[in-house]
Design a protein around this ligand. Structure first.
Ligand code: PLP
Length: 245
């Protein structure tokens, strides 16, 4: 089977996984958006998935967004940023039509985004990324500081918080992974009761190729899938999740 048909087949298998999970717990599969995690995937190969009707993509590196921009510019899609964002890349992010930063994890980043957005007379959506696993290698703000950050970002009228994002613990122990997703849901509920102006909490971006069922069971509204669609990546994820690179 060529790579193109493999991608299409992988997507339909993935959709079946989503539907099966939803059926077991009585959720409507339409509540769950599939984000294609496209790091290392070429523009041409991303196109195959876009043409199959899945038009939400997430990139981890500004450099890759640049490289793929021309290939993808004529095909409708929505682009989120899901990697660690350095403040010196903000201008580029805005130039390449990223509509949502899922990895907002510190006030400094929100403030720098705000000043650039104000200058460009634009707004952007954002999710607060929470480190629910306590693993040092992962980005995200500590769970106990999320509400404070939400309140601070609420003051910046160009940055529109829509929800929360997390990367679950890498573990074969489903119940340990589940705790991460439950924690995210829990923080979401706390923020909702705070009723912060300018802060929406509709989205929970959680679940990847290995743990999407658990994430859906715990209330995910966006799952971010790379490997299960595009196959294994050559680079280890530490390449993407290490601040020094
Ligand atoms: C790579 C990546 C994913 C997708 O991971 P897979 O296990 O390949 O599905 C999801 N979220 C983030 C932030 C990623 O960097």
């Amino acid at each position: 089977m060529n790579y193109e048909s493999q991608i299409v087949k992988n997507i339909s298998e993935l959709i079946r996984r989503i539907e099966n999970t939803c059926e077991c717990i009585g959720r409507n599969p339409n509540e769950i958006k599939l984000l294609l995690a496209t790091k290392t995937v070429s523009g041409e190969n991303i196109k195959i998935a876009l043409q199959a009707g899945y038009t939400l993509i997430g990139e981890n590196k500004v450099q890759e967004i640049k490289e793929k921009f021309d290939t993808l510019k004529d095909i409708p899609h929505v682009k989120h940023y899901i990697g660690h964002l350095q403040t010196n890349k903000i201008k580029d992010i805005l130039k390449y039509n990223v509509s949502c930063i899922q990895s907002l994890d510190r006030l400094e980043l929100a403030e720098k985004l705000h000043s650039r957005l104000t200058f460009e007379q634009k707004t952007i959506n954002a999710f607060i990324q929470v480190n629910t696993s306590g693993e040092e290698s992962k980005f995200g703000i500590n769970p106990e500081n999320v509400i404070e950050l939400a309140k601070q970002v609420a003051e910046l009228n160009t940055v529109k918080i829509q929800g929360l994002m997390t990367i679950g613990l890498f573990s074969a122990e489903t119940e340990e992974v589940r705790k991460c997703f439950q924690l995210l849901k829990n923080i979401q509920q706390q923020i909702i009761t705070e009723n912060i102006p300018n802060v929406k909490m509709n989205e929970l971006s959680m679940g990847m190729s290995g743990d999407l069922e658990t994430a859906i069971e715990e209330g995910a509204t966006i799952i971010r899938i790379g490997t299960a669609i595009f196959g294994k990546r050559i680079y280890p994820d530490s390449y993407y999740w290490n601040e020094n690179k």
